[in-house]
Design a binder for this molecule. Sequence first.
Ligand SMILES: Cc1cc2nc3c(=O)[nH]c(=O)nc-3n(C[C@H](O)[C@H](O)[C@H](O)COP(=O)(O)OP(=O)(O)OC[C@H]3O[C@@H](n4cnc5c(N)ncnc54)[C@H](O)[C@@H]3O)c2cc1C
Length: 483
Amino acid sequence: MYQRLPSNVDIPAYLENVRMDRWSQAMATVRADCPMPGTIGRVCVRPCETHCRRSRLDAPLAIRAVKRFLADEEMAAKLDAETPPPPAKTGRVAIIGAGPAGLSCAYYLGQQGYRCTIFEAQEGPGGMAAYGIPSYRLPRQVIAHEVAMVEKQGAEIRYGIKVGEDIHLDELLGKGYGAVFLAVGAPESSKMRCEGEDAGYRCFMTGVNFLAEAARGRTPLTGKRLVVIGGGNVAMDCVRTARRIGFDDVNLLYRRTEAEMPADPQEIEEAKEEGVHFHHLVAPVSIVADGEEITGLKCQRMELGEPDASGRRRPVPVQGSEFVIDCDTIIPAVGQVCVVDCVLPEEDALTPWKTLVVDQTTFQSEASHIFGGGDCVTGPATLIKALAAGKHAARFIAEYLEAGQCTPRPIDLLRKWITPDTVGDAQETFAYPGQTLRAHPEIMAPDVRIGSFDEVEKGFSAAQARVEAARCLRCYRLMLSAI
Ligand SMILES: Cc1cc2nc3c(=O)[nH]c(=O)nc-3n(C[C@H](O)[C@H](O)[C@H](O)COP(=O)(O)OP(=O)(O)OC[C@H]3O[C@@H](n4cnc5c(N)ncnc54)[C@H](O)[C@@H]3O)c2cc1C
């Protein structure tokens, strides 16, 4: 289940413990495989729920919300699920990037007795979880709590150090680090391929820069009419953040239809409730400006053609359909790219997309002491994949420090083989109806929530978490008996 359930958290076990009110044990199970449960419990893209067998009966379990319940209990200091780090072993690891992948690697190396130093370019930790995802989805105190847990495992984080500029990787290696874990993410915005995007207009800013500035508490852009281009979660975060910093007229342009949008459907719905105007089957062509000031965006209508490599129907321009949307502010949010070459210039270590080449099982690169994981290996992906990469890599880094090499175990190969399989039978039907409906967390009303960056979604109460956990069909019993 490596790709489908990247972190291999024992979900049935923690659900069973929640059902039985054994919350500390439940949390210990979660922490064994996921070091940022409060983050994941709020903003995970939920691959586990997509594969939950209960969806064939009525609706998948609210696994994410149950995890969040545990994390909230832990933050309120009501649980005792923490494992103190063992005595330090010889061999220190340098981690580049304090995003989810780097933090996860440090956490699990700490649990194996290895102390880490994390070098982070920004002034704070969390990577895109902190400088991308807005606080109305993921409050900053949650990240702070989870980073503190990583530090308790013996990790030291040094901020404001950009490896490749302030210090070079070779220098680090000369300072006694036995191995390096590269976790530098996918920080740069992709180009829209729209005329004028590099002209330096005053109210033009990439989505990741806009969100990072807003996360620092600044008002990065002002204007009357904003256009955001893109259909993913970053675009949703931009339009919803824009509503919160005072833009009244916020427009989202996407070149396919809503059905093809990669953003979480809940995000799309909440953006609509917040008054964002959606324009589908529209692509930007060129920016219209008067001097440095943007006055509009020339666009073209699209229609859907044959499916492309992603399996989604390709947008095809409709000839003669150009038109101009009046606007004074533009934010492109069409994807991110990796720049691992800024840290590791060796060309043969990288793909043409500037991602690091590593072994898919051990996360080890061609240079045996350099490992890597997260977005800088996969390209822009998800939090749970980045956390999983950090966790799996930590095991192999420890092995490398101890034995000088990494040897996958049969379970690693088994995981690869069963990756294409789904959980259970997709055609399965049940002879009885579901009796307990999926619980839904309370959501703040749209007119209230656009007035601040307060968290939109509330957590489950203990009673809700217990009832939800009891909806589990306990498929693990079937799965274990099948092995
Ligand atoms: C706006 C936005 C919203 C998202 N929403 C979701 C969501 O809802 N759910 C979800 O699952 N995923 C979401 N993602 C994706 C998720 O945030 C990423 O997949 C995840 O953060 C990747 O983790 P990472 O550690 O690999 O990289 P990052 O989080 O990018 O962290 C990399 C870290 O390395 C640091 N760094 C980079 N270069 C250097 C250097 N040279 N020296 C030192 N430090 C360096 C960076 O400053 C950063 O702190 C979102 C992403 C964005 C941008």
